[in-house]
Design a protein. Sequence first.
Length: 182
Amino acid sequence: MNELEAFYEALFFIAEKPLSSAEVAELGGVPLMQAEAALDALRTELEEGGRGLRLQRNGDAWQLATAPDLGARLATYAAREEARLTPAALEALAVIAYRQPCTRGDVERVRGVDSDYVIRSLLHRRLVAEVGRRDTPGRPAIFATTFTFLERFGLTSLEDLPPLSSSAAAVAARTAIEAHGR
């Protein structure tokens, strides 16, 4: 591991949020391409070295996370640290995970009930984040899942989400048609 990779490993260890490639390059004092090469090398070293940490990339954001294969062994600690999610919170989280980015109204159309409290709970737990505003009347907030969501559910990316059942896919299609047909 070279000095830049070691710096990035320490940087991600103390970072309180995911960092963009541009931020990492600036903080390392190197060009963007050199920073991304160092990040890729660090990610490979962590994955192939049998270490307990992984460097995850989601779009242009990078974050240090625990290795997914250690999830079962870390579950006891995580259960002590975070209260379990209610069925309503899991339902809303599933809607956001599969339909992201989406608004509270999108979640409510699928669930059929007010979702303000559960979305605030998910925001507080950092499982979802506001990622923008929809350009419609009222400018509703748009939500998406976070690295914390991926880490907590042992996923390395959203592509690792299990496929929707045929009945769930039918509900999702029907609500999408209703939302756009209005």
